[in-house]
Design a protein around this ligand. Structure first.
Ligand code: HEM
Length: 433
């Protein structure tokens, strides 16, 4: 294993990140077996005295900062050096060069342009659904997923979204595949791994299905606009217009527009739905907090038939509940993988060029060094605290920080607050007996 064999070596006097004991051929993988990666990596970092980094792959260097100090180094002090994304060998099959969208785009002008276009859009908020009493015993996770997808769609491609069910299935499969490590990812230079693994074929098919799906959306969109169906410009309109006008430094291709649309639809719905599901689970486990949220919402909206955006700024306690849920259950616990652009030092350790860096935001936001009763759900901890998720407090970075920080925070918050207010205003909730 390349990492293990270089571990004891030093670069310019600085050692490589601490790494656990390795086994020939499989490297450090046995340390990750059977546990969620962010938990396993936190435990490994705890065992390593420096608590900074550990390597965890079979044959490619990777590093997982698990302390706020290391996160600050990666996402602030050396942000530019870690501002590009790491792509596994199988993910690369799904996003060939020039079609990386935003999430996987290498650092550079094209990524900067796309990000600017996408963050200029204001979220299209609408009132949350479920004003009618649902039948007893609803599958709340399912309802939340559907709502989050619909509302992402409204902002990104307007209201036309005929086949939501197919989209959600494709999205779920894609997220699972991208998050998974397959044999070719663990042994990137092995041709045998590529030959024996079924993952490359599955990834290509999955990507093809998603692209055809988005193709239809783009075509319908263009036809609808050509037929004179007006309405406000949505994100897809803006991207298509910019491509037509063609006055950008790096021209936008249709293939990349499809990837950007996929990125925004995927992140816009999946993350919001996951956080909302955790919020409702925590509220049901903590009836005191649930009561406080309901009292605040019902008092603020007294007499209104519908929750709208106008009331959100008064729902102070609900905001704390969302913050606390993001602390305990960030939907991207290891953020999104970054790559070291040139060898550098982090907290006195050498990080080699091309190493994948996974910041363990989940472990850091439960670190007893920064948080009292870190495992407890206590929204009040944020009451008089200056700690926020805006990318300057490195003990709490559910949206990341630095150049690659999440551009969807405003969108996410409007949606999460609308839906949570709506659920708390209209209904009482309890777990089935
Ligand atoms: C609670 C909801 C959300 C959470 C917790 C979240 C979290 C994150 C995180 C951790 C990253 C990686 C940051 C880094 O590497 O430092 C990210 C990136 C990103 N997010 Fe979000 N996100 C959320 C909602 C959204 C929404 C609603 C959108 C869009 C509509 C969105 C679009 C993106 C995009 C495009 C990127 C890639 C940015 C880049 O690489 O330049 N996210 N998000």
């Amino acid at each position: 294993c390349r990492v293990a064999s270089r571990r004891r070596g030093c670069r310019d006097g600085a050692p490589l990140p601490l790494s656990p004991w390795a086994i020939h051929v499989i490297g450090h993988l046995h340390h990750l077996a059977g546990a969620l990666p962010h938990r396993a990596m936190r435990d490994l970092a705890r065992r390593a005295t420096a608590r900074s980094c550990c390597s965890a792959s079979a044959s490619s260097p990777s590093s997982s900062p698990s302390s706020a100090d290391a996160a600050r180094e990666v996402m602030r002090a050396r942000d530019l050096n870690f501002a590009t994304r790491s792509m596994s060998r199988t993910v690369r099959l799904a996003f060939p060069s020039g079609t990386e969208g935003i999430i996987f785009a290498p650092y550079g002008e094209e990524w900067r342009q796309m990000r600017k276009v996408c963050t200029r859009r204001r979220p299209v908020a609408s009132s949350a659904p479920w004003r009618q009493p649902p039948p007893r015993g609803v599958n709340l996770s399912e309802l939340i997923t559907v709502y989050a997808a619909d509302s992402a769609v409204r902002t990104i491609i307007g209201s036309s979204f005929k086949d939501r069910g197919t989209f959600l299935t494709l999205l779920e499969r894609m997220v699972k595949m991208v998050a998974k490590m397959s044999l070719p990812d663990l042994y990137p230079s092995s041709r045998l791994a590529m030959l024996v693994s079924r993952m490359p074929g599955r990834m290509k098919r999955q990507r093809q299905e998603l692209v055809s799906f988005i193709d239809n959306i783009v075509r319908e969109h263009e036809e609808s606009r050509a037929a004179g169906n007006g309405g406000k410009e949505d994100l897809l309109d803006v991207l298509l217009r910019i491509r037509r006008e063609g006055d950008l430094q790096v021209p936008i291709t249709t293939d990349n527009i499809k990837s950007v649309v996929g990125d925004m639809l995927g992140t816009g719905s999946e993350t919001v739905a996951t956080v909302l599901q955790w919020i409702m689970a925590e509220l049901m486990r903590n009836p005191r907090v649930m009561q406080k949220v309901q009292d605040e919402v019902r008092c603020t909206l007294a007499g209104q038939r519908q929750v709208t955006e106008d009331y959100l700024s008064n729902l102070h306690y609900m905001h704390l509940v969302i913050k606390e849920t993001l602390r305990l259950h960030p939907p991207a616990p290891l953020l999104f993988p970054r790559e070291c652009r040139s060898e550098c030092q982090v907290l006195g350790f050498t990080v080699p060029k091309d190493a994948m860096v996974l910041v363990n935001a989940w472990a850091i936001s439960r670190d007893p060094k920064h948080w009292d009763m870190p495992e407890e759900f206590v929204p009040e901890r944020f009451e008089n605290s200056k700690i926020d998720f805006k990318g300057t407090d490195f003990e709490y970075t559910p949206f990341g920080a630095g150049r690659r920080m999440c551009p969807g925070i405003a969108f996410a918050f409007v949606n999460m607050e609308l839906i949570l207010a709506s659920l708390s205003y209209h209904f009482d909730w309890e777990l089935p007996l």
